[in-house]
Design a binder for this molecule. Structure first.
Ligand code: FES
Length: 135
């Protein structure tokens, strides 16, 4: 599913307000700030509060439960880099507002496994002197 879905017309979205809308299999908060319309995952990455019902301003949505703020362009959170919210692309066609799927997350490469420690008994056990060395 990679196509954009119509979520409404521009006038459906009030300034500084969000609306939770199902897009594909995800609920997205569609948020308007002046003439810009943004789409961000609705469930706050912290504990799942609806970002559509949260405070909006200065290019951010601030979660109403614990105050974590998410940038509406990037999804970056002010509290923890690991808790970014997914941003969905928005297209405006005439009056129609369309939301596309979130870009696929780049998978971080698997870390190389730690090498096993090689057991070298000579390094850990005292070596008895060779008979030729004793005399
Ligand atoms: S649920 Fe959103 S900040 Fe805690």
């Amino acid at each position: 599913m990679s196509e954009f879905i119509k979520v409404g017309v521009k006038s459906d979205f009030k300034d500084l307000r969000g609306k939770a809308i199902k897009v594909h299999d995800t609920t997205v908060a569609v948020i308007r700030i002046a003439d810009r319309i943004y789409a961000i995952q609705d469930a706050c990455p912290h504990m799942g509060a609806s970002l559509a019902d949260s405070v909006v301003g200065r290019g951010q949505v601030i979660c109403s439960w614990h105050g974590w703020a998410y940038d509406l362009e990037t999804g970056a959170c002010d509290m923890a880099r690991a808790n970014c919210a997914k941003i969905f692309p928005v297209k405006i066609e005439g009056e129609d507002v369309l939301v596309g799927p979130a870009p696929q997350e780049e998978k971080a490469p698997e870390p190389e496994p730690e090498p096993l420690i090689e057991w070298d008994p000579d390094k850990f056990l005292k070596k008895k002197p060779e008979p030729s060395e004793e005399s």
